[in-house]
Design a protein around this ligand. Structure first.
Ligand code: NAP
Length: 259
């Protein structure tokens, strides 16, 4: 299936590892010129080299913190227009709601709500003017079914989801789609961190914590960044132009609802 993405240009935030990297790789494989960002320059350059070698695509890099205004300004200066925007950043820490002070909440809201909103604000008018745009926000299955220890994520990402529901309908008449991609549990560094935290919290071994998590996933495995990336590339395609303002859950069947 030709996704019609050849020659497009994409900004993939927080993409030196994990789900962001999966998205960048899948887009590059479709002939998209990509700009990838992350804070750590060394891993970022290694990932860019890996994507170039695997796909032959042009891959640009920019090291910086996307969750700060300074970091976002640097991205906008280096990549002023984009056809495709993949919003992503690290997730907030796990914990108990009693431990999260105002600063923790401000950080979570800045990273997982304000940052993607500011980047959409910066890029969608250019997309509208050119009559084509695709935005995919990497959020979390926690938006559909809250995860108690991830209250900061439940709250901040649901705020983003509400905003996107409105904006997606405003930009849709101009060939611009905005959708959210909701990961369940994917085998990444982030999962290793949340599993270690869960083992500590529950007094289980890491293997027991992982087995407990796997038992709740009908597919009986964690997701792979590559399959997440391919779903993202599809949402960016011409074929997905009628998919507007959706929350696409990719979780191996973990969410038990009929819809
Ligand atoms: P990951 O494997 O830890 O990768 C995170 C990537 O983001 C790295 O490239 C990291 O590089 C970059 N990054 C982190 N903070 C950044 C910042 N402030 N500015 C720029 N880049 C930053 O994580 P992941 O599993 O791919 O998760 C991606 C997102 O999906 C997170 O928000 C996570 O909470 C969410 N999510 C993941 C899962 C899962 O099971 N994996 C489930 C639900 C939701 P640097 O550290 O060098 O910046």
């Amino acid at each position: 299936m030709d996704l019609g993405l050849k020659g497009r240009r994409a900004l993939v935030c927080a993409a030196s590892k994990g789900l962001g990297k999966g998205c960048a790789m899948a887009l590059a494989a479709e002939g998209v010129e990509v700009m990838i960002t992350a804070r750590g320059a060394e891993q970022l350059e290694a990932t860019a080299a890996e994507i170039r070698a695997a796909t032959g695509a042009t891959v640009h890099t920019l090291a910086g913190d996307v969750t700060t205004k300074h970091g976002r300004d640097a991205i906008l200066a280096a990549w002023p227009e984009t056809d495709i925007l993949i919003n992503n950043a690290g997730g907030p820490p796990t914990g108990d709601f009693r431990d999260w002070d105002e600063e923790a909440w401000h950080k979570a809201v800045e990273a997982n709500m304000i940052t993607p909103i500011m980047l959409m604000k910066a890029y969608v008018d250019g997309m509208i003017a050119r009559g084509f745009g695709r935005v995919v926000n990497i959020t979390s299955g926690a938006v559909k079914a809250p995860i108690a220890v991830l209250g900061l994520s439940n709250g901040a990402r649901t705020g983003l989801t509400g905003f996107v529901a409105g904006l997606a309908r405003q930009v849709a008449p101009h060939g611009v789609t905005i959708n959210n991609l909701l990961p369940g549990q994917f085998e990444t560094d982030r999962l290793a961190g949340t599993m270690a935290a869960e083992a500590k919290r529950s007094g289980k071994t890491l293997d027991e914590a992982r087995a407990g998590a796997l038992a709740t996933i009908p597919a009986r495995r964690f997701g792979r960044a590559e399959e997440f990336g391919k779903t993202c590339a599809f949402l960016c395609s011409d074929a997905a132009g009628f998919i507007v303002g959706q929350n696409v859950l990719i979780d191996g069947g973990k969410f038990p609802g009929t819809m």
